[in-house]
Design a binder for this molecule. Structure first.
Ligand SMILES: *[C@@H]1O[C@H](CO)[C@@H](O)[C@H](O)[C@H]1NC(C)=O
Ligand SMILES: *[C@@H]1O[C@H](CO)[C@@H](O)[C@H](O)[C@H]1NC(C)=O
Length: 560
């Protein structure tokens, strides 16, 4: 967020576009700010502005090939994950790109800092006046009505001719922040109440329920190098007292003082007063520490000092992780956005960054969304709305189920097909099987050649959590992603203990060796956009993916 004090609002004056720096090529524009934002005026030209600039990545298709090579069980190189430098080298700009951009920066008196090991993102400190000139932009001050936050954005920008083939995204420009995405959907019983009894019946979901249902071991993991990262955004913080109450009620077999470690970026924090406890963060921490028994869990609290929320925060998070020599082997994120609301070049860039981390052996889980076929949350729609980053083929998207005997799809489970990414080969058979079943139903409402999601599912309704000192049941695919991530962490613990590689990018394994280690969910659907949504059926479906985990079978599929 740009702090209010920095912004001097002046009357609109003539704007110097396409100035002395040569011809520019229009890059991106929008007609108006998204609803919820009000234009308050142009920003004064001396206002400091930090731009994040994405440089053309040298070899994303080589990275994709390398990712599949180390993640596909039938490949000779399965499990031979890339080093940090090897993975980064695929996305590092070519020397031609670096010299063109450096010459242009120098000519304009600007310095760049690399934002990650590949150097495909650079940060440049400039002013509104200079950025307006360089990018044919018209930076203005917009206020986000419900939060009062102010941001600097332009409705259009251009790329100077001399660097146009070397720059893919300039941020912030036309992409506005969202501030609140994919938080848990609360069940009808939102009143806080006393703690229910811990039982394995699954009348509401507790660790005992999930352990019984999926055969998750309760014995402690042993490998201290095997960590699970939980990302947190939007000032939604995890609370240690809540975790302790949760464990003392639901995990009486382990120490109630078992806790998580904290990492922060962009000025993130984790304040511990009861009123600071966040429902999302408490849920994510309680169902990782409480399910991945003995696995070191890290809460990565992303603040907003260098970003304007959500996607910008996602960018800083992945760059932060890529910069680490030993990132967590598993990452879970219960936030997301509507794919069409994101600039495609930005989405593509982030997706390639996930591929880079995956090639290094990290399993990346995202919740599939809580709006059924309308995406991340309910919204008015005439065609189905895919969710980002679930549409990215290099992450594992986790949908939701409810009930037992049999489990069925939960109605809010986000699922569908990307418009940005084509069906990857690892799921081609699974998706074509579903499309055959679907026939002409919903023709024109979804993209039959897109990447289908979710990949897998777990329970997602009525999870008992403790937050702000009281018990509360919550629902959403926000419950499912940490649950599935915990199971993967427990498998990794055993793999590492056996001297084997962690699972890394999961999908090629899930759709081949591990497909029969999942319980196929064959009933329920995910309504949205005034339709009944897709139906779960035999085989993969865009509601529950391949199904829900069976721990013992997954162990076998992992070679344990
Ligand atoms: C760029 O970096 C050089 C060397 O560190 C420094 O002297 C100069 O002031 C910097 N320029 C800007 C615009 O920050
Ligand atoms: C459908 O997906 C394909 C493959 O990703 C893409 O090329 C195409 O543009 C998408 N169609 C629409 C209407 O977005």
């Amino acid at each position: 967020m740009v702090s209010a004090g920095l912004l001097k609002v002046i009357a609109l004056s003539s704007l110097a576009a396409y100035s002395a720096f040569g011809r520019s090529v229009p890059k991106s524009r929008r007609d108006s700010a998204p609803s919820g934002f009000t234009l308050t005026g142009t920003a004064s030209s001396d206002t400091p502005l930090t731009l994040k600039i994405a440089l053309t990545q040298s070899n994303p298709s080589g990275l994709e090939e390398a990712l599949y090579d180390v993640s596909t069980p039938s490949s000779a190189n399965y499990g031979q994950h890339l080093s940090k430098d090897e993975a980064a080298s695929y996305l590092a700009p070519t020397s031609e790109t670096s010299s063109a951009v450096n010459a242009w920066l120098q000519q304009n008196g600007l310095n760049a800092t690399a934002m990650n090991p590949a150097g495909d993102w650079i940060r440049v400190q400039t002013t509104v006046g200079q950025a307006n000139e360089l990018f044919g932009a018209s930076y203005s001050v917009y206020v986000h009505e419900s939060t009062g936050k102010q941001v600097l954005r332009t409705l259009e920008y251009s790329i100077p001719e001399e660097i146009k083939s070397h720059v893919t995204v300039v941020h912030p420009t036309v992409m506005f922040p969202k501030y609140s995405i994919l938080s848990p959907v609360f069940s009808a019983q939102t009143q806080k109440r006393g703690l229910p009894r811990a039982d394995a019946s699954c009348s509401t979901v507790t660790p005992a329920c999930l352990q019984g249902l999926y055969g998750i071991p309760t014995t402690a993991a042993t490998e201290s190098s095997n960590t699970l990262g939980v990302t947190g955004y939007g000032n939604d913080w995890a609370n240690q007292d809540d975790l302790e109450s949760f464990l003392s009620q639901y995990r009486t077999d382990i120490s109630a003082s078992t806790t998580y470690s904290l990492e922060t970026l962009d000025g993130g924090s984790d304040p511990q007063s009861s009123s600071d406890a966040g429902v999302e963060a408490d849920l994510d921490i309680e169902y990782t520490v409480g399910i991945a028994t003995g696995v070191p869990v890290t809460f990565i609290s992303v603040g907003e000092s260098n970003n304007d929320g959500d996607l910008d925060g996602f960018l800083d998070t992945i760059n932060y992780l890529l910069d680490q020599d030993s990132p967590p082997q598993v990452i879970t994120t219960s936030y997301g956005d509507w794919e069409p609301d994101i600039d495609e070049a930005m989405a593509d860039n982030l997706c390639n960054a996930y591929a880079q981390l995956g090639a290094r052996g990290v399993s990346i889980m995202f919740a599939s969304g809580d709006g059924g076929v309308s995406g991340v949350q309910d919204r008015d729609c005439t065609t189905f709305v895919p969710e980002f980053p679930s549409g990215c083929p290099y992450i594992t998207s986790v949908g939701g189920t409810t009930g037992t005997n049999p489990e069925t799809a939960v109605s809010f489970s986000g699922g569908g097909f990307s418009n940005y990414w084509a069906t990857p080969s690892y799921q081609a058979n699974a998706v074509s099987g579903y499309l055959d079943y679907l026939g002409s139903t919903y023709s024109g409402l979804y993209n039959a050649s897109g990447r289908g999601f979710p990949d897998v599912a777990t329970q997602a309704q009525d999870f008992e959590i403790v937050t702000g000192g009281a018990a509360e049941p919550v629902s959403g695919t926000s419950c499912a992603s940490p649950t599935f991530a915990s199971i993967i962490s427990l498998l990794n613990d055993e793999l590492i203990a056996a001297g084997k590689s962690p699972l890394g990018f999961l999908n090629p394994w899930l759709y081949s060796t591990a497909a029969s280690a999942l319980t196929d969910i064959t009933s329920g659907d995910n309504p949205g956009c005034n339709t009944d949504g897709f139906s779960a059926t035999t085989g993969w479906d865009p509601v529950t993916g391949l199904g829900t985990p069976v721990f013992s079978k997954l162990k076998t599929a992992a070679g344990l």
